[in-house]
Design a protein around this ligand. Sequence first.
Ligand SMILES: [Cu+2]
Length: 97
Amino acid sequence: MFKTILTASFVLAAIAASSSAIAAIQTVTLDVPGMTCSSCPITVKKALMKVEGVQQVKTNFDKKEAVVTFDNVKTSTAQLRNASGNAGYPVSVKIAQ
Ligand SMILES: [Cu+2]
């Protein structure tokens, strides 16, 4: 009985440890002050979607921001900043989750 509890808690701990290593999906909100017309968000989105590991980009022209969901094993906020910056839209990280 005691051994079973020990085993169960060990398994739970192992699952918790491994999921934190695998759970690499991250969402970041980027400030894109350079978006000045309604076609800018399209350019920004295209540039960000090209980055390997990016899963979703939601641009908001009114807020001048882009919310990017990405695999943080394959890419990083630094690479996202580079991609947008190279497309002519320098960004800063607003909220990292
Ligand atoms: Cu524009």
